[in-house]
Ligand binder design. Sequence first.
Ligand SMILES: Nc1ncnc2c1ncn2[C@@H]1O[C@H](COP(=O)(O)OP(=O)(O)OP(=O)(O)O)[C@@H](O)[C@H]1O
Ligand SMILES: [Mg+2]
Length: 402
Amino acid sequence: MKTTLTEKKYIRRLANGAIAFFGETPETQKFMERLLNRASFVDSPQDMRRALKLKASEWDRYMTVFFAKLGRVTEFGQTNYSECVEPPPPPDGATEAPEVTELKAVVAAKEAALETLREELKEGKKSGPVEVHVKLDDGKKTHAGKVKMAHVTMPELLARCAAGVNTYMVGPAGSGKTTAAEQVADALRLDFGFMSVGPQTTKTDIMGYMDANGRYVSTEFRRRYEEGGVFLFDEMDAGNGGVLTCVNAALAGKWCSFPDKMVKRNPKFICLGAGNTYGNGPDRIYVGRQELDGASLNRFDFLDWTYDEGLEMEIAKTLWEEKVQEATEWTTFVQRVRKAIDTLGMRHIVSPRQSFDGIKLLKQGVKKESVIQTQLWKNLKTAEVNRINEAMAKNIGLAVNN
Ligand SMILES: Nc1ncnc2c1ncn2[C@@H]1O[C@H](COP(=O)(O)OP(=O)(O)OP(=O)(O)O)[C@@H](O)[C@H]1O
Ligand SMILES: [Mg+2]
């Protein structure tokens, strides 16, 4: 192989950097000479590692940082030498080139960022899946139960249920609001009823109606109100703002007027709501949401239901018990993408559903690249994907395979 001038410059830079980075030992000196005499390290990068007597992990760290610094150079052996810029010559008598000092600072900063991330993950895990115990006294007997794999906010929700306070969970898509309502019902061994509210939902859907023969046609809401149980107005902020006003009386007092008769509220009736917004109308991500009636909102306590990443990780592991390592890696990746999107303020949702559905696909043998494309990037433009990748690289200091 013929060594070109630019290639020589590159080799010199690499060798200088290596020596300054790892110290001026006889090995590194020898190696520099070898490099400058056209050693065949380009064909075999491992030669360089062995010559420098570096462990694989040290070598990887050095290479990652060195190449990140060189920019444009993506992978060892695929170097575009002409893009490498000659570094400033080391000052006389200096043992460390300024660029290497700079490199070390970069490494230190990235390592600090990585440590922060590790801490955050640890904390997330701590606040994750706890077993929550609850008691509900309906005047006659006490219902006791527990929720396994509970969201970090579950104790707050249960406290409100036990106190008979209607609660509206507000949180991003896939944060586990619907599941939480079901878990409350399960834990208390109560029936669960729910209605997915939408633009077409009418007062009749909620309250029922009298048919042509004068018979009352009931609804799930009526049954739970009368017989007891947990009822969830799911996607509450997707409905027509005025429709829920029909249940205002039911939620405030002990009686409700249904089309056939007045009905007394069962002491075991628990009413929950869930939505992506606070009911103040659409926001920049949830554009189809409605403004809800103030009097309806006033009857609910608001509980923020954000992503519980510790819980997400635990659920992910249960989905792929045979390959916990893969499940963990995938979920960590999804969480990093989410963090980058958040940092960039992009309008794109990457929820725990992407962790769970991604694992289901990976388990079926679908290629990771394809899962990333269909679950995470979806309809994003290439430029947006690149921005996310860059933000991720900044966050923890390493580039991402996509
Ligand atoms: N505690 C949990 N245990 C097991 N799986 C859970 C739990 N919480 C959420 N999930 C799973 O996470 C996914 C999203 O949960 P869920 O549908 O409850 O979210 P959501 O907040 O209601 O979302 P959306 O706003 O889109 O309706 C589902 O696949 C659900 O099965
Ligand atoms: Mg839901």
